[in-house]
Design a protein around this ligand. Structure first.
Ligand SMILES: [Zn+2]
Length: 63
């Protein structure tokens, strides 16, 4: 059985065709990851997304 780590929460996830959210453990983790990606692209294009930027930096520093 193949397993992967959820990129968002690092939980072990079974890589299964019946898991529509793979490699994430859940829809929630997938949406979180997509949200962070969107925040990154906002920053790159110079859009005003200060609240996203501050939140992401705070999370990374706390690890
Ligand atoms: Zn997860």
């Amino acid at each position: 059985m193949n397993t992967v780590k959820c990129p968002t929460c690092k939980k072990i996830v079974t890589w299964d065709n019946e898991n529509p959210w793979r490699p994430f453990c859940s829809e929630r983790c997938k949406l979180i990851d997509l949200g962070e990606w969107a925040a990154e692209s906002h920053r790159i294009t110079g859009e005003t997304a200060d609240h996203y930027t501050v939140q992401n930096q705070g999370e990374k520093e706390s690890h």
